[in-house]
Design a protein around this ligand. Structure first.
Ligand code: NAD
Ligand code: WQD
Length: 339
């Protein structure tokens, strides 16, 4: 059976993707430096799947660790998720973000090339679109990220477009995720933010479980129906499935340019709609107050997901209710995450 290397595989998206890879019969090697995750997530992956995986605690910038993995395991494709992802932090620590996300990716691509491994599925983000037009984006939209984090994603995309254009061995899928939320339905794995959550869904979950008093809603004066920001939340199970669909598409098609697709539902929800849906899922109100806008936030951001359906045969299946119910189950079963 084929072996896949998942960088960042102990993290939120990586652990859910690894479960689905193991369930589909792949052998999996996870390489993660645990800078934003816990090894327990991988124990839970083993528990859910009843299968083993190889774990290498190392940094993607560690070339000898990469060489070792490529020598010891018959890796046929890499899913590259390892990156730092906090937008606010990226604005104050640009060198750290460029080094981790851009230099880390360059090391990986060079070592893949050296080992003769050319199949790659990689995380990009809707944040590469910045803020334009109606806020609904298809893949032809101009790339105009507004943060350091977003620019690291665009840079890595540019590198991949350039190497695909000059070396036809490469087969690359660039996945632009919208807002991943939710957890595995077992409640055993989920998003485990360090400290105060930056993102809406984990913050709401911590309010509901009593770890935080109330949610701050960042602005209700946006040009949207209820004044709060609109986003395209996508269930982590659907997002993980998108990676397997992308691997499949790489094996099938002849690609001279990266296969570039949005992974979203195409259905935007406001902050207050998410608060309401979560209150229904957990059976109690979620206290909140309206505060000032968060600098850098856009009013509206959602996907046109048609291309992923056409090219990968993939579309999101889960709605907002399942996203909230699964987040709540994970939060209740693991009030302190993996720690
Ligand atoms: P996460 O922090 O849970 O997972 C990332 C993992 O990568 C962590 O386990 C971390 O320890 C590891 N890592 C980071 N830098 C590393 C390095 N240099 N070497 C080895 N391991 C390293 O985040 P996630 O939400 O699972 O995100 C996965 C990918 O998806 C990232 O590339 C992120 O930028 C991208 N993404 C995430 C979102 C989101 O909202 N969660 C949205 C769009 C894109
Ligand atoms: C969603 C909505 C907030 C927290 C970020 C990154 C993006 C991508 C996904 C990686 C917005 C509002 C939030 C809170 C709130 N990550 N909100 N109170 O900002 O769409 O995207 O994560 O690639 O790059 O920018 O997600 O979950 O932070 O916010 O009112 O405490 O919830 O203003 O409208 P965002 P989010």
């Amino acid at each position: 059976m084929k072996s896949v290397l998942v960088t960042g595989g102990a993290g939120y998206i990586g652990s859910h993707t690894t479960v689905q890879l193991l369930q589909a019969g792949f052998e999996v090697v996870v390489l993660d430096n645990l800078s934003n995750s816990h090894h327990k997530s991988l124990e839970r992956v083993r528990e859910i799947t009843g299968r083993d995986l190889s774990f290498v605690q190392a940094d993607v910038r560690d070339r000898s660790a990469l060489r070792d993995v490529f020598t010891k395991h018959p890796i046929s494709a890499v899913i590259h998720l390892a990156a730092l992802k906090a937008v606010g932090e990226s604005q104050t620590q640009p060198l750290r973000y460029y080094d981790n996300n851009v230099s880390g990716s360059l090391c990986l691509f060079e070592e893949m090339q050296r080992a003769g491994i050319y199949s790659l599925v990689i995380s990009s983000s809707a944040t590469v679109y910045g803020e334009q037009g109606t806020g609904q984006y298809d893949e032809r939209a101009t790339l105009a990220p507004t943060s350091v984090y977003g620019r690291t994603k665009r840079m890595v995309e540019d590198v991949l477009r350039d190497i695909c254009a000059t070396d036809s061995n490469w087969r690359v899928a660039l996945l632009r995720y919208f807002n991943p939320v939710g957890a595995h339905p077992s409640g055993l794995i989920g998003e485990d933010p360090n400290g105060t959550p930056n993102n809406l869904m984990p913050f709401i979950a911590q309010v509901a479980v009593g770890k935080r008093a109330k949610l701050s809603v960042f602005g209700n004066d946006y040009p949207t129906p209820d004044g709060t920001g609109l986003r395209d939340y996508i269930h982590i199970q659907d997002l993980a499935a998108g990676h397997l669909a992308a691997l499949d598409a790489l094996a099938q098609s002849d690609l001279s340019m990266p296969l570039t697709v949005n992974l979203g539902t195409g259905q935007p929800y406001s902050v207050l709609q998410v608060v309401q849906a979560f209150a229904t899922a957990c059976g109690k109100p979620v206290p909140y107050e309206i505060v000032d806008r968060r600098p850098g936030d856009v009013a509206v951001c959602y996907a046109d997901p048609a291309l992923a359906h056409k090219l990968l045969g993939w579309q999101a299946k889960h709605g907002l209710d399942a996203m909230c119910a699964d987040t709540w189950r994970w939060q209740q079963m693991n009030p302190d995450g993996y720690r």
